[in-house]
Ligand binder design. Structure first.
Ligand SMILES: Cc1ncc(COP(=O)(O)O)c(C=O)c1O
Length: 350
């Protein structure tokens, strides 16, 4: 096959731009050969359940799916009846970046709350947790939070426990979009379950793709009473992989040992390094705390335009000139230093 890209070229657009970790590719190769029962009745998917239980507790059960949007939609559909609704931050991925999938595909009403830092709190939840019993209002049923958040911030176990306690007191369930849960756990140096099962989270969308998988996310039900029909919903929503052994083998590679932690620590360390390298440059403002692998910065717009010709990254807010730089499991010190040097050059040329 002709290699059609420069395999050494990296950017800061998204951890989704990174390739597949070699240990994950190896796991796919190891699972290859011969026949296995399709649609999840294979030995890799069976073994994976034990691995998820080890990380998330005895009650955990995982359903691999193709992508993170689907993990969220399947989770939320399984947690709500048709007249029920999901409270989330205005910035939540389910609200801003899923093409309306929760509403359009899932038929799920979102009740959004503006937040300063992408995080909900019990007080912020209360802005939408009302109207119970009023037939004119979609009935709040689930609180959905993301860790890390879309603004790069990290909820602590105590913050999540407070949200869960408050939600449960109100009769609500808690869903966690853990597309980058590994980054959050590595940033706080806590086990995955400290931010989920131990804090009271009911259902988790667990992310694999951003942390080194070829593809694959999982709906992880932590409280079996919180979700029904996941087997059927996953199929109805076109997320039942026939060759599931290859999704499960990837998760095994990620979670059986410490690959998830190594990858997340590296991505986070590169985020810190990048923030430190650019923070003091004249003309650069780092307006948000850098708590994991995302760095947000405000730059002069023509510097952004010139730098984007050299490295890929996204403008986050056209109005303010805020950009987002995301480090991945394969970002190196050299990548960060080259990017920071390029930024300094473009600022000097202003
Ligand atoms: C917080 C969050 N949730 C979910 C997703 C899942 O997205 P996808 O459907 O692209 O896998 C993403 C991807 O960027 C994300 O950042």
């Amino acid at each position: 096959m002709t290699v059609r890209h420069d395999p050494l070229l990296k950017g800061f657009a998204s951890d989704n731009y990174a390739g597949v970790h070699p240990e994950v590719l190896q796991a796919i190769a190891d699972a290859n050969g011969g026949h296995q029962i399709a649609y999840g009745d294979d030995v890799y998917t069976e073994a994976l359940q034990e691995t998820f239980r080890r990380h998330f507790g005895e009650r955990a059960r995982a359903w691999p799916v193709f992508n993170g949007t689907a993990a969220n939609v399947v989770s939320l559909r399984a947690m709500t009846a048709h007249w029920e609704a999901v409270i989330c931050a205005e910035t939540a991925h389910i609200n801003t970046d899923e093409g309306g999938a929760p509403e359009v595909a899932g038929g799920i009403k979102l009740l959004t709350v503006p937040t300063p830092d992408g995080k909900l709190t019990p007080e912020l939840i209360d802005r939408q947790a009302w109207g119970f019993g009023d037939v004119h209002r979609a009935q709040p049923k689930v609180v959905s939070i993301s860790n890390t958040t879309e603004l790069g911030t990290v909820y602590t176990p105590d913050e999540i426990a407070a949200i869960c306690a408050h939600a449960h007191d109100l009769g609500l369930l808690v869903h966690l979009d853990g597309s980058r849960l590994t980054n959050a756990a590595a940033a706080l140096d806590v086990p995955l379950r400290a931010l989920t099962a131990d804090a009271g989270v009911d259902v988790l969308s667990f992310g694999g793709t951003k942390i080194g998988l070829l593809y694959g996310e999982a709906v992880v039900v932590l409280n079996p009473e919180a979700a029904t029909g996941v087997d059927y919903i996953r199929k109805t929503f076109m997320q039942l992989s026939s060759k599931m052994r290859f999704v499960s083998a990837q998760f095994e590679a990620l979670l059986a040992g410490d690959l998830w932690l190594r990858n997340a620590r590296r991505a986070n360390a590169m985020g810190r390094r990048l923030a430190e390298a650019v923070r003091e440059l004249p003309g650069v403002e780092v307006p948000r705390p850098v708590e994991a692998n995302a760095v947000f910065a405000i730059l002069p717009k023509d510097v952004t335009a010139r730098l984007q010709k050299r490295f890929r990254f996204y403008t986050w807010n056209e109005a303010t000139g805020e950009v987002r730089w995301m480090c991945a499991w394969d970002t190196t010190e050299d990548d960060v230093d080259a990017f920071a040097a390029a930024l300094a050059e473009e600022l000097a040329a202003l």
